[in-house]
Write a protein that binds this ligand. Structure first.
Ligand code: AMP
Length: 193
């Protein structure tokens, strides 16, 4: 089963992806984690990505599409994968469709984790304030968060109608508890198989 988790930064995509990985044997593919690994490795890509990420902007579609195309080929994705943080633009969604068709794979569900953004902003601001400065991510600041939310609306939210028109978009209430969100996602996946 191959699924996409969509939602603004801080909606809980990573948390839900980890429990799906554990309970359903699917592989979490977080493009943010892949980019952070590139930064940690000190690679050329990492150096370029860091500047963009710290500013809250998006890394280019070409780089991200190549990264995912390579990743879904790996044996650990054979049972299926959960895309967390990809696609983030309509061109990425279109490229994903093309690559899945070429590999004879399909998307089983696209799940939007919907949140109240004012509450989300408050939640993340609190988390930033409580995290010691040396343990924060480079993009963890209230200002970058504001930019990331704007980028989400401008570039990522247009993906929602793209999948709605294909009849595979489902929405869960991301303001519920982690456990409730997880069981709503489980229900959706039961219907999808
Ligand atoms: P995340 O951990 O998913 O919030 O991603 C952190 C940052 O990595 C984002 O703010 C972007 O700068 C970059 N990034 C992650 N995934 C993508 C993607 N699919 N397309 C472009 N940039 C991305």
């Amino acid at each position: 089963m191959n699924i996409i988790l969509l939602g603004p930064p801080g909606a809980g995509k990573g948390t839900q992806a980890k429990s799906l990985e554990r309970d359903h044997g699917l592989k979490q593919l977080s493009t943010g984690d892949m980019l952070r690994a590139a930064i940690a490795s000190g690679s050329e890509l990492g150096r370029k990505a860091q500047v963009i990420m710290d500013a809250g902007q998006l890394v280019s579609d070409d780089i991200m599409v190549a990264m995912i195309a390579d990743r879904i080929e790996q044996p650990d994705c054979a049972q299926g994968f959960i895309l967390d943080g990809f696609p983030r633009t309509v061109p990425q969604a279109e490229a994903l469709d093309t690559m899945l068709a070429e590999k004879d794979k399909q998307l089983d569900a696209v799940i939007e984790i919907k949140v109240d953004e004012a509450a989300l902003f408050h939640r993340i601001e609190t988390r930033i304030a409580e995290t010691p400065a040396d343990q924060r991510r480079g993009d963890d600041s209230a200002e970058t968060l504001r930019t990331r939310l704007e980028v989400y609306h401008r570039q990522t939210a247009p993906i929602l109608p793209y999948y709605r028109e294909r009849g595979i978009l489902r929405t869960v209430d991301g303001m519920a508890s982690i456990e409730t969100v997880a069981s709503s996602i489980d229900e959706i996946l039961k219907e999808a198989v």
